[in-house]
Design a protein around this ligand. Structure first.
Ligand code: YOG
Length: 139
């Protein structure tokens, strides 16, 4: 089990998000909107079962899965693709990793906690976006 990812986390930095979205084929207009968003992650976990919500003033997105089990993800409101997904808990660095297999090569993400910060690395086609979130203790 990784160090608990649970809680409400507010974005404090977002590096290379534009290039990541471009790799996903998101058009310039949507990218401009998305770049201004301060994303919030709300993560719940019970055993192997996770719910990860990405919230913003523009759109929300949620996935729910069991680690170690393949599932189908439809990235509705994001790049709107159907992908096969597998998440795993990696003991090295206490990471929760996700591989998103589909039309886009080398696509996935990893979450981990360092101190009081939640880290997220999103990758697609050689582009890596790094997002950091600070725990919101009021939520
Ligand atoms: O999170 O996969 O935590 O699902 C990245 C969006 C912007 C819409 C957010 C809406 C990728 C336009 C999800 C943003 C860009 C841009 C708020 C990242 C696509 C479209 C929903 C993600 C994982 C890991 C869990």
């Amino acid at each position: 089990m990784p160090t608990s990812l649970c809680g409400t986390w507010d974005m404090i930095s977002n590096v290379n998000f534009d290039a990541y979205m471009n790799a996903l084929g998101i058009g310039v207009y949507l990218r401009k909107i998305a770049l201004r968003l301060k994303l919030r992650k709300v993560i719940e976990q019970q055993g192997d079962q996770y719910i990860i919500k990405t919230l913003s003033t523009f759109r929300n997105y949620a996935i729910s899965f069991k680690t170690g089990q393949e599932f189908e993800e439809f990235t509705k409101g994001l790049d709107n693709r159907h992908i096969k997904v597998r998440t795993d808990v990696v003991n090295v660095g206490n990471k929760l990793t996700c591989e998103q297999v589909g039309e886009k090569k080398n696509r996935g993400w990893a979450h981990w906690v360092e101190g009081d910060k939640l880290h997220l690395e999103l990758h697609c086609d050689g582009e890596v976006c790094k997002q950091v979130f600070k725990k919101n203790v009021n939520e």
